[in-house]
Design a protein around this ligand. Structure first.
Ligand SMILES: Nc1ncnc2c1ncn2[C@@H]1O[C@H](COP(=O)(O)OP(=O)(O)OP(=O)(O)O)[C@@H](O)[C@H]1O
Ligand SMILES: [Mg+2]
Length: 263
């Protein structure tokens, strides 16, 4: 399996390249498992840049991003955080689920995401100006948005937004085959099943099954599982624990997959 093999869904590669050429930061939006992380890895490979990923969460401080003084062997030494390392080395810094970070932790990014392209390390009394090859990429899933946790417009408007969604069915089948090595006919059935559930999204009100879970189900099939067993474990079970909804989902899967026991 090739970790940066990426099947494009539209013009996202070109858009990313334009932003990179103009030293502009990029914001990827899209549902879970639609290929955001894979896309960044792919672009890093294509542009010959290392990708440094930071998973954002509530407790992430600006010191976690830029670095801090640490005591090593009796000396107090400044140690760069991952953001500072990315700026110094001209890497792609990927802030995953950036909406999870507190606004005050993200304030440090302002001078880096405008014409200054500079990181101010107050505590170290240092400033680091980004080389042309440095790029900041953030991602977030709009489905998780709540009024408590949202990105400020002043933050969002600093980025070139690249919207991502699940691939068209034929393309998604290509991904499932490439990632799992499953027979194409099986991948086609799994994707059709997912598309039907996604189309019924209005009825079910949950985050739809992702490309990730289709790849996972296909891998179980390759290992010897039946299609229904694999779908149950990887596609249906993570979606909902509500009994009635689960029966509905089970019916949809049984209509598409082989090996379904008559109910
Ligand atoms: N366009 C694609 N090309 C190749 N593989 C893909 C693509 N989209 C999804 N995949 C497959 O789905 C898996 C999940 O994709 P990825 O981790 O990039 O999703 P994500 O959008 O970053 O999800 P999350 O929001 O949960 O972090 C990948 O490991 C890969 O197997
Ligand atoms: Mg990801």
């Amino acid at each position: 399996m090739n970790d940066d093999l990426y099947f494009a869904g539209g013009g996202e590669v070109q858009l990313f390249e334009w932003a990179y050429a103009q030293h502009m930061p990029v914001m990827l939006t899209g549902p879970t498992g639609c290929g955001k992380t894979r896309f960044v890895e792919h672009m890093g490979h294509l542009l010959g840049r290392q990708v440094i990923t930071i998973s954002c969460h509530d407790d992430l401080t600006s010191a976690d991003l830029v670095g801090r003084f640490m005591v090593t062997g009796g000396d107090v030494v400044w140690t760069d955080g991952p953001l500072t390392t990315a700026v110094r080395t001209g890497a792609i810094c990927y802030l995953d689920e950036v909406v999870e970070a507190r606004h005050d932790s993200l304030a440090i990014l302002h001078s880096l995401t405008d014409h200054r392209r500079t990181l101010y390390l107050d505590r170290a009394n240092d400033t680091v100006t980004a080389p042309d090859t440095f790029m900041l990429v953030s991602s977030y899933n709009p489905a998780y948005r709540s009024s408590l946790k949202d990105l400020k417009p002043s933050f969002r408007q600093r980025f070139v937004t690249v919207p991502m969604r699940y691939l068209p069915a034929e393309r998604e089948v290509d991904v499932v085959v490439a990632e799992s090595g499953v027979e194409r006919a099986v991948a086609e059935r799994l994707v059709r099943c997912a598309v039907t559930i996604r189309d019924a999204d209005d009825v079910f009100h949950f985050e739809p099954p992702s490309t990730r879970v289709l790849v996972a189900a296909a891998r179980l099939v390759v290992a010897g599982a039946g299609e229904m067993e694999a779908a149950q474990a990887c596609i249906l079970a993570p979606l909902s624990s509500d009994g009635a909804i689960h029966d509905g989902l089970h019916e949809i899967a049984a209509a598409h997959l082989s090996g379904a026991a008559p109910r």
